[in-house]
Design a protein around this ligand. Sequence first.
Ligand code: GAR
Length: 216
Amino acid sequence: MTKLGVLASGRGSNFQAIINAINAGTLKASLELLIVDNPSAYAVERAKKHGIPHLYMNPKDFGTQDGFFAGIADGLKSRGVELVVLAGFMRIVRKPLLDAFPMRVMNIHPALLPSFPGLHGQRQAVDYGVRISGCTVHFVDEGMDTGPVIIQAAVPVMPDDTEESLSERILGLEHKIFPEAIRLFSEGRLEVSGRKVRIINASKAVHGVIVNPPLS
Ligand code: GAR
């Protein structure tokens, strides 16, 4: 049973998807602590509803970003957290947290990386005019959305899509692949070698790739 710590900044629908997967028994993990960097993050309401310990940490209380992330690492370590999950956490993670949890921090990003990193991945995809976008779960390194890719899921981009409509289509898949990536981790099935993540015992057809709708 993997002990999870979650960092979030806002709505927390991905956090909710993880809660739901645990409650449904498809993900054998426990939620030890939610940390938010925004006191009005709705994710906190979700934690309260499900009896999950939660903490607001204000970066201003720490002086530096490194100090803030060292404080987050301490909070997570004190709860015995084994895997840190970024569920809509809108900050670049700094070294003190990565050093405390090497290849143990996972992020979900609403685009097919390395395309459209950073903020508003969905708007970037619409503005660029790509035909396919999607979402990516990856391990976090010191770059912005640059760490080794674990799972990607693709969706079509329609001619009349807006940032909102594309975001909604992508979000449906985020809620599937994030709990799935955590499940693979908790089953010890992710092997990282440089930039490559091998999924142990994955079927050849589905090696961390989901296409929706399926290609015919
Ligand atoms: C999600 O779409 C997630 O992929 C994105 O923020 C949203 C959070 O939604 N994350 C990023 O853009 C990180 N760069 P949620 O709070 O409902 O999970």
